[in-house]
Design a binder for this molecule. Structure first.
Ligand code: ZN
Length: 178
C-alpha cells in the first residue's frame, strides 16, 4: 500500500518535473502550433457522418483543397463511403456538428464580389471569343453573317464554356487572385 502510494507520488513528481522542463526550456514550444492546427481543423472539418446510415467518411484532401479555394467548384451533393452519392443536407461534420450543406453555404457566402464577376464573366469571355472567331472566319470566307446565328453561337458557347471556365476560376482562386 505504501509502495503504491509512493509510486503515485513519483509519477506525480515526474509529471511536475516534465512541466518544469517545458517551462524552463525554449519559450513557445510546439503547443501553440498544435492548438492552431486543432483550431483550423475545427473551422474546416474533414470527417462527415451520413445520418441515414451513420457511416463516417473522410473528405479527400484534394477535394477539400478545391472547395476551400472555390466552394462553387463542385455541384451540390457528396459521397458517403457506404451509400455512394448522397445529399450534403443529409450529412454532418463530426468535428463541429455543422450540417454539410450549411457549411458549404457559409463558404459560398464568404466569396468576394470580384469572384462572382469572374464566375459569370469568364464563360462569357470564352464564348465571346468563340463567337468573334466564327464571325471573323465567316466574313473572311464571304459568307453572310446572321445576327441570330451569332447570338445562338454565344448562348451555346456560354453553356459549353462553363465547364472549362471552372478550372480557370479554380486556378485564379488558388493563386488568391479572386
Ligand atoms: Zn451512407
Amino acid at each position: 500500500m505504501i509502495e503504491l502510494e509512493s509510486a503515485k507520488y513519483l509519477q506525480a513528481d515526474s509529471f511536475a518535473s516534465d512541466d518544469d522542463d517545458q517551462l524552463i526550456g525554449e519559450p513557445n514550444q510546439p503547443a501553440p502550433e498544435t492548438s492552431q492546427i486543432q483550431q483550423h481543423s475545427a473551422v474546416h472539418p474533414t470527417v462527415y457522418l451520413h445520418e441515414a446510415c451513420q457511416t463516417a467518411t473522410q473528405m479527400p484532401s484534394n477535394i477539400r483543397a478545391n472547395y476551400l479555394a472555390d466552394p462553387f467548384f463542385y455541384s451540390a451533393g457528396t459521397i458517403c463511403s457506404q451509400c455512394g452519392p448522397v445529399k450534403d443536407r443529409d450529412c454532418t461534420w463530426l468535428e463541429t456538428g455543422e450540417n454539410l450543406h450549411a457549411y458549404m453555404q457559409r463558404l459560398k457566402a464568404a466569396k468576394s464580389e470580384s469572384y462572382h464577376l469572374v464566375r459569370w464573366l469568364l464563360p462569357a469571355l470564352l464564348s465571346g471569343l468563340l463567337a468573334i472567331g466564327t464571325v471573323y472566319r465567316m466574313v473572311s470566307e464571304h459568307k453572310p453573317v446572321e445576327p441570330a446565328q451569332v447570338g445562338l453561337l454565344f448562348v451555346v458557347g456560354y453553356a459549353v464554356a462553363w465547364y472549362p471556365a471552372k478550372f480557370v476560376r479554380l486556378a485564379l482562386c488558388r493563386l488568391g487572385i479572386v
